[in-house]
Design a binder for this molecule. Structure first.
Ligand code: ALA
Length: 493
């Protein structure tokens, strides 16, 4: 059997029907679909990365970066939706590609999704920690800095030039901190919740989504009153001479980083089979949630860069910092801090849940060891994969700086998008017969533009990030050829 062996879609559907988990079938309209997307999307991207993107790459032009990243996501999202509707089973890009593109591509995507979900959770964990520490400060509880940061940070030449705190030499630098303890604690706590299997109830999720959006809307409205327009000039600060450090290349690199803020829209595409009228509602749901987020993000970024100089925004929780800096907004600090703590917590939960499901699916297919598929006898959750994921994520969130983690998440997710867009195009030729309740419009243009725009965003990321991706994928291939290929249930059948 070749590396291109695919899993029969009929078998997938039958398995899905037998899966008791999937008994819930709702009829989602365009508005509920968009709300689902917005809930999954908003997280550390806006609360944390907007500051970094403005301070290091794009300056006040960070909304332009956001629009560019949003457009790339829109193309990819339409392709995701087609894939999800053609293979209507619970799962992620991993399952879709196994059914359509073959085992090797599925393995690569599954392995790559670890960067999206596990590293994503680690990234948001760091953002959560900074916000939580700021919340404790408000209560008069001060956690020592040595316990709230990574032991090392990576400094670019520009950060050294700008005398960014802690950066005296380019490259890895000791920070004096030992470990990011709150980040580890939140990951372990959420892991415990997932093992016990408390499902996010729809009402609780809805509440957190409203809180997240509510605090950002109030931030925009209240903040606009105190904007100092001088901070927006120059809108695109001149390039420093290095690619990606301000100027248009900086706007592009900013888009490569702020892309993080959009991850999660695939939640809408996975709900394709629950949509009332997928062909009509999915594009509205997906593009609608992307449009709402883009608008909100741009406004937040404008207020952020208008309240203080973009140079000051390279901090772990810029939104909270800015509110703190403007005395008339002091009343808002507890509200936005608590809103961010809750909102980021829910993003971590969704990501850890996604990761354990992908590992579970890979184990069920024989590509990973049986440990990842073990279901707890009482809680009925894939507890071992959840616990291992939680421990690994805790290690990364406790020891690594947020930019390094975030860039790795982005490059991994962008690669998955490129493969999914390519897959949709290929499938139109190889499996024209496949029923597709939702079809991406203007094929092949949409998939091609999706691939090109995601590749362009990947190219804006630093070389180090590419090297890390290469090492990760190489490791994945070793695992596949030494284990997965021999144990694949599809092969054994
Ligand atoms: N889009 C999600 C966030 O910004 C991953 O946290």
């Amino acid at each position: 059997m070749t590396l291109l062996a695919t899993k029969p879609i009929a078998a997938l559907r039958a398995a899905a029907e037998a899966d008791a988990e999937r008994s819930l079938r709702r009829t989602l309209g365009p508005v509920s679909l968009a709300a689902l997307g917005v809930g999954a999307i908003i997280g550390a991207g806006i609360f944390v990365f907007t500051g970094v993107a403005a301070a290091l790459y794009a300056g006040p032009a960070v909304p332009v970066s956001m629009i560019l990243a949003g457009i790339a996501c829109a193309f990819a999202a339409l392709c995701y939706a087609e894939m999800a509707s053609a293979v209507p089973v619970a799962g992620s890009a991993y399952t879709y590609s196994y059914a359509t593109l073959g085992e090797l591509v599925a393995w690569i995507i599954g392995w790559d999704l670890i960067l999206e979900y596990a590293m994503g959770a680690a990234t948001v964990g760091v953002g959560w920690s900074a916000t939580f520490v700021s919340f404790l400060d408000l209560l008069g509880i001060h956690v020592p800095a040595s316990l709230t940061g990574p032991p090392f940070v990576f400094c670019t030449a520009t950060q050294v030039k700008q005398a960014v705190a802690g950066c005296t030499l380019a490259g890895w630098q000791a920070t004096g901190a030992i470990v990011n303890l709150p980040a580890i604690a939140v990951i372990l706590a959420i892991t415990a919740v997932l093992v016990v299997g408390i499902r996010e109830s729809a009402r609780f999720n809805g509440f957190i989504v409203s809180v997240k959006i509510g605090v950002l809307v109030v931030f925009v409205i209240a903040g606009f009153l105190y904007v100092n327009r001088a901070n927006w000039h120059p809108f695109i600060p001149p390039n420093t001479g290095t690619f990606g450090e301000f100027g248009w290349s900086g706007v592009l690199r900013g888009a490569g980083l702020i892309f993080f803020a959009y991850i999660g829209f695939d939640a809408v595409s996975t709900a394709a089979q629950e949509a009332r009228d997928p062909q009509q509602d999915m594009p509205v749901g997906i593009l609608g949630s992307l449009a709402v987020c883009t608008l909100l993000y741009c406004l937040v970024a404008l207020v952020l860069t208008g309240l203080v100089s973009y140079r000051e925004l390279n901090v772990p929780s810029p939104v909270v910092m800015v509110v703190n800096r403007v005395p008339p907004l002091a009343w808002f600090r507890p509200v936005i801090t608590l809103g961010a703590v809750l909102g980021l917590g829910s993003t971590i939960l969704v990501m850890l849940l996604g990761q354990s499901r992908v590992l579970y699916a890979m184990s069920r297919d024989g590509l990973l060891g049986p440990w990842a598929g073990k279901v707890h006898p009482r809680f009925r959750t894939p507890y071992l994969s959840t616990i291992y994921t939680g421990c690994a994520v805790a290690l990364f969130t406790g020891l690594f700086p947020i930019q390094i983690l975030g860039q790795l998440v982005n490059i991994g997710t962008l690669l998955a998008f490129v493969l999914v867009c390519g897959g949709v195009w290929v499938l139109r030729h190889t499996r024209p017969d496949l029923p597709r309740p939702f079809k991406a419009p203007f094929v092949p243009f949409v998939p091609i533009l999706g691939m090109l725009s995601c590749l362009a965003l990947m190219l804006t990321l630093p070389l180090d990030t590419w090297i890390r991706l290469g090492v990760w994928l190489a490791l994945g291939l070793v695992v596949y050829f030494r284990y997965g290929r021999k144990h694949s249930t599809l092969r054994r059948v």
